[in-house]
Design a protein around this ligand. Structure first.
Ligand SMILES: NC(=O)c1ccc[n+]([C@@H]2O[C@H](COP(=O)([O-])OP(=O)(O)OC[C@H]3O[C@@H](n4cnc5c(N)ncnc54)[C@H](O)[C@@H]3O)[C@@H](O)[C@H]2O)c1
Length: 323
C-alpha cells in the first residue's frame, strides 16, 4: 500500500491541489519545494514541508530515506513558455538536470513509484487531436526540457524496477471547491487574466487572434479542471503500485473549447458591461490541440467530475474574489 509520498513542487498551483486530494485519502505528504514560484500559503497544514531545491540530491535523498518515502510525484519545474525561450539554460538546468538529480536521490531507496508532470507542449504542432503515439516535436524550449526529462525518467525507472507514470497535462484551470487553494502566480494564464479582469469595474477580456481556421476564429484548447488533475494522480499512483505497470497518459477531457467561448462564459457571470478585445495573434500559439484520453480512461476507469466550463469559470472567479 502507498503510504508516504514526496511531492516536488508541492507548494505550487497543481501540487497544492494534489496534496489536498492525497491527504483526504489518508496519505502522508512530504513536500520538497524551493519556493521559487510556489507559496507557503498553498502548503497543506497536514503536509511536512522542506524548503529545498531538487538539484540538491543529497538533501532530497535524506528526506526519502528518513521518511521511508515509497512514491514520488515530480512537479518541480519552470514552466513559462516565453521565459524558457529567453533563458533556455535556466530551463534545461532546472527541468532536466533537476530531474536527473532527483532520480539520483531515489536510487537504491524505498521508492517504488514515480509520477511525472509532463505537458501537451511535447507534441508536434498542427496535429489537432493527439494520442500518446502522435508525433513528438516540441516547439518550445519548455516542451524540449519536458520530453528530455520523460526519457530520462523512463530509462531510470526501467533500470531500477520502479513503476512510472508520465502524465501529459493539457490546459489546466480552476480552483479547489475547498476555496483554500488556487492559482496565485500572475504569469500569462487565460483563466487567471479573465478572472482578474471580470472583478474590475470595466472588464476587458483580451483574446489573441480571431482569424484562425476554427469554428469562431479563436484558438481551441482542451481545458481540464485542476481538481480532476489532482484526482488522476491519486488513482494513477494506486494503479501503478498495484499492477506494477508503467504508462504515459494524456490528461484532458477530449473536448475542444475555444478561447472566445471561455471569454463569453466569463462575460455571462456578471451584469457589468464587458468588452472582448481582439488583439493580434501571439507568436508560437498552437491553433488547436485536444487530448485523446482513452488510455487514461481505460487505465484508471476515470470519469471527470468538473468537466463543465461554467464550473471551471465560477471556481476561478470565486478564488480571485478572495485575493
Ligand atoms: N499549469 C499548467 O497548465 C501545466 C500544464 C502542463 C504541465 N504542467 C506542469 O505541472 C507542474 C506544476 O506546475 P504548476 O502550474 O503547479 O506551477 P507552479 O509554478 O505553481 O509550481 C511549480 C513548483 O515547483 C517549485 N520549483 C521549481 N523549481 C524547483 C526546484 N529546482 N526545486 C524545488 N522546487 C522547485 C516552485 O517553487 C513551485 O512551487 C510543472 O512541472 C509544469 O511543467 C503545468
Amino acid at each position: 500500500m502507498i503510504k508516504n509520498i514526496l511531492i516536488t513542487g508541492g507548494a505550487g498551483y497543481i501540487g497544492s491541489h494534489i496534496s489536498e486530494v492525497l491527504i483526504k485519502n489518508k496519505k502522508k505528504i512530504f513536500i520538497a519545494d524551493n519556493l521559487s514560484t510556489g507559496h507557503k500559503r498553498l502548503i497543506n497544514k497536514k503536509a511536512k514541508f522542506f524548503k529545498v531545491d531538487i538539484l540538491k540530491n543529497k538533501k532530497i535523498r535524506d528526506i526519502i530515506v528518513k521518511n521511508k518515502i515509497d512514491s514520488v510525484i515530480h512537479l518541480a519545474a519552470n514552466l513559462i513558455i516565453s521565459e524558457g525561450e529567453k533563458y533556455p539554460k535556466k530551463y534545461f538546468r532546472n527541468n532536466v538536470l533537476g530531474t536527473k538529480n532527483l532520480l539520483r536521490a531515489c536510487e537504491n531507496t524505498t521508492i517504488k513509484n514515480f509520477v511525472f508532470s509532463s505537458t501537451a507542449a511535447v507534441y508536434k504542432d498542427g496535429q489537432y487531436k493527439v494520442d500518446e503515439k502522435s508525433t513528438i516535436k516540441p516547439k518550445s524550449v519548455y516542451g524540449k526540457t519536458k520530453i528530455k526529462a520523460e526519457k530520462i525518467i523512463k530509462q531510470f525507472c526501467i533500470r531500477n524496477q520502479i513503476n512510472y507514470c508520465i502524465l501529459r497535462y493539457f490546459n489546466i484551470a480552476g480552483s479547489s471547491p475547498s476555496g483554500k487553494i488556487g492559482l496565485l502566480n500572475k504569469s500569462d494564464h487565460l483563466f487567471k487574466n479573465f478572472s482578474r479582469e471580470i472583478i474590475k469595474k470595466k472588464p476587458i477580456l483580451k483574446i489573441y487572434g480571431n482569424n484562425y481556421k476554427t469554428k469562431d476564429g479563436s484558438c481551441i484548447r482542451d481545458f481540464i479542471h485542476v481538481s480532476d488533475i489532482a484526482e488522476i494522480h491519486f488513482k494513477v499512483l494506486e494503479k501503478i503500485n498495484k499492477s506494477n505497470n508503467s504508462k504515459t497518459l494524456n490528461c484532458g477531457y477530449n473536448k475542444g473549447v475555444s478561447v472566445l467561448e471561455v471569454a463569453k462564459t466569463f462575460k455571462k457571470q456578471t451584469s457589468k458591461k464587458v468588452e472582448i478585445l481582439v488583439s493580434k495573434r501571439r507568436k508560437g500559439d498552437l491553433v488547436k490541440i485536444i487530448a485523446a484520453n482513452n488510455k487514461l480512461k481505460n487505465f484508471i476507469k476515470w470519469k471527470p467530475k468538473f468537466n463543465n466550463l461554467n464550473t471551471i469559470v465560477k471556481s476561478c472567479i470565486s478564488w480571485e474574489k478572495k485575493q
